[in-house]
Design a protein around this ligand. Sequence first.
Ligand SMILES: [Zn+2]
Length: 258
Amino acid sequence: MFLTTGSVAGAQLVITDRVGGVSSGRYDSLNLGDHVGDDHDAVGQNRHRVAAALDPSAGPLALMRQVHGAVVAVIDGPGDAGQPVARRPVQAPEADAMVSTARGLALAVLVADCVPVLFASAEPEVIAVAHAGRRGVQEGVVAATVAAMQCAGARPASIQTRVGPAICGRCYEVSPQVQAEVVRTVPEARSTTRAGTPGLDIRAGVRAQLEACGVGSVEMDPHCTAEHGALYSYRRDGVTGRFAGIVWLPQGTDAANA
Ligand SMILES: [Zn+2]
């Protein structure tokens, strides 16, 4: 269920994989995307399973309706903290990034080749997720997310980031025109595929954009979605599911409150 568990700047994070859900066929089995043609009940059950498997301090999942843009939604909180974990997700804004200062709210970004970026600052406590694909990188979703975290009080140097699994520059072939268009904005995204053709390394572009924003650290997940069978890959499979990058500020435990 979880490819990666860890922490960033005191916030907790997980990257899900495609194992341990109820979806079948091309969505087998832990598909978390409800916009890709899968059965809605199955997706709901999968989301419930993930929320229930997170540490209880994570709280409910907050999802976005992602549109490959650079809009950042500021999420104040789950609205009714204290509800059991794995209740319905909080209502999804149309955005490609979310920022929150709320504890006990698990911000989730859904991907299958695009880059999931997880952000956290410890003082003050601010977290964020961003969905950075080819268009998001061109539109500037990374810088927009850092700017929104600054509005919430975080200094860029205090922001630590984790760049999650995505399609690599050896696998992501594009036309010469598309490559030229992207590298005009982000030269670092230029790559050559295994076949020797023009490619894009979107993760390298994301890293360059994060560094240009002056964030304190950039940690890169090495997994390539197109090469890793336990991850969904749109380029490899076409119609397929979505996995998630999730980050949260742990809610106080009963013991801590006692
Ligand atoms: Zn690859």
